[in-house]
Design a protein around this ligand. Sequence first.
Ligand code: FAD
Length: 564
Amino acid sequence: HPSASKLFVICSLSSGGLIAHGDSPSEGGKSIVELNQKVPVKKRVVVLGTGWAGTSFLKDLDISSYDVQVVSPRNYFAFTPLLPSVTCGTVEARSIVEPVRNIIKKRNGEIKFWEAECLKIDPANKKVFCRSIIGENLAGNNEFSLEYDYLVIAIGAQVNTFNTPGVLEHCHFLKEVEDAQRIRRTVIDCFEKSVLPGLTEEERKTNLHFIIVGGGPTGVEFAAELHDFVHEDLVNVYPSVKDLVNITVIQSGDHILNSFDERISTFAEQKFQRDGIKVLTGHRVLSVSDRLINMRMKATGNDDSIPHGMVVWSTRVGTRPVVKDFMEQVGQGNRRVLATDEWLRVKGREEVYALGDCATVDQKKIMEDISAIFKAADKDNSGTLTIEEFQDVIEDVTIRYPQVELYLKSKHLFDVADLLKDADGNDGVEVDIEGFKLALSHVDAQMKSLPATAQVAAQQGVYLSRCFNIWEKCKDNPEGPRKFKSGGRHEFRPFRYRHLGQFAPLGGEQAAAELPGDWVSMGHSTQWLWYSVYASKQVSWRTRVLVIGDWSRRYIFGRDSSRI
Ligand code: FAD
């Protein structure tokens, strides 16, 4: 009975001022319960996702001004940079997760959390349709909808198989906590299988051939972890097969870790060579079967197949179907990733924000804007600007697009810095717009490389919560200090990413780090830096203590080889 189902969901899911407003049919003909405020007193903010972007938004949000509801199929936050350590038992899965309800509790329970996944976003009616992942309630209903005034999409990305046959069926992924746990069990399975009686040496070798597809930071870190696990722990418990283990990394590019400084990727390749980890660069995987991986060498076009015991697929990520569907609705169907403006708003939908891995700031639009600012400054259409005009333009551009300022400070910019230096104090000098455009094309290239990382996602979450927190104040005082000099585009400064560096653990208590200021560090001391940074970045004291405890346990007793 529809009203019975409505009542049940309201009792089980709602608290405070939520009531049912009636049912609307879902596609399958089932009724969907709508959870709304009877009389909205505060603006309703719906947040999708409890990953890096979602939780950092929630942690700093001033909830006294908003009615906040969070939807996520996982009732925890996972510290993803330590997932590779979970695959080999260096740290335990529970040590790297923090329950969402702990985070909410700290906010006096004002935030409502629904363990469900968002199936559809309806921007025209400002609604999201969700399904509980715990199964149907007693009345056979597990779907509901939420209305919003502001929507924050922070649902991350999903694995991308590039439609390669057999990948979904025969490969492991390393994206979620469950993936890491599954990998841990499978590694042990491969060893147990390899020591079963009646196998030839070749068959034992096949069982112990671990292949990692993707030579990015995650693939490389997993290969290094696995190597340590095998050589520090498993060789002692499976001594009869210790010489039959092989680890291979397949990379389509020319080098592994190619988003890092060249010195780091060379160091990693040399270290892997010393450790006996095989790196096959310039290879594209064509298909995967339960026993074989088929690939093509890009340079020669030759195909090759290698037998495997286990494959971990760790390549670039792709867009989730719910975001794809939303992109179609907002006219972005032809794009690969959902685009936002510099304030993280979805174009044409000012009340919808998208952050983290599920979105990207629209660089093309930014470049068009910058060119327009230049054109507008060149009043006599001469193709040149006086130095004063030029400096005004630079100021305007860097206020709107801080990435350009970042670029001005970086080592690659020669044109603009030189022009500024030469022209300094000389009013008569004119600046060539074409030269600046060339420089801007470098800016464009640099901005495009803004990575899909936890660092970006977390900074975006913090940025957006600050905007939400000062919103009311800005509305009362629209000409306030944060108002744009050139007028009226938005109350806040655009999002500004601060790159704090990146790490690549390489096994054997060695790591590589690329830090701001073009500073590169590699070796044992960098591993200690890695330990301190990752311990300090934990979201709570509870996980910090657990992670440090796990590292100490591993140091004293080694890793556990039981299959649980
Ligand atoms: P996520 O953290 O993935 O969160 C997405 C959230 O949305 C999750 O809570 C998910 O359950 C939820 N969700 C999914 N579907 C739905 C739905 N339909 N409805 C509602 N909610 C949904 N980055 C670094 O900076 N440094 C590192 O060292 C690093 N190491 C990594 C190692 C691994 C193994 C992996 C996988 C990633 C690593 N990253 C690292 C990248 C980093 O984890 C991501 O960039 C980051 O998680 C992106 O944050 P996000 O909030 O956009 O997405």
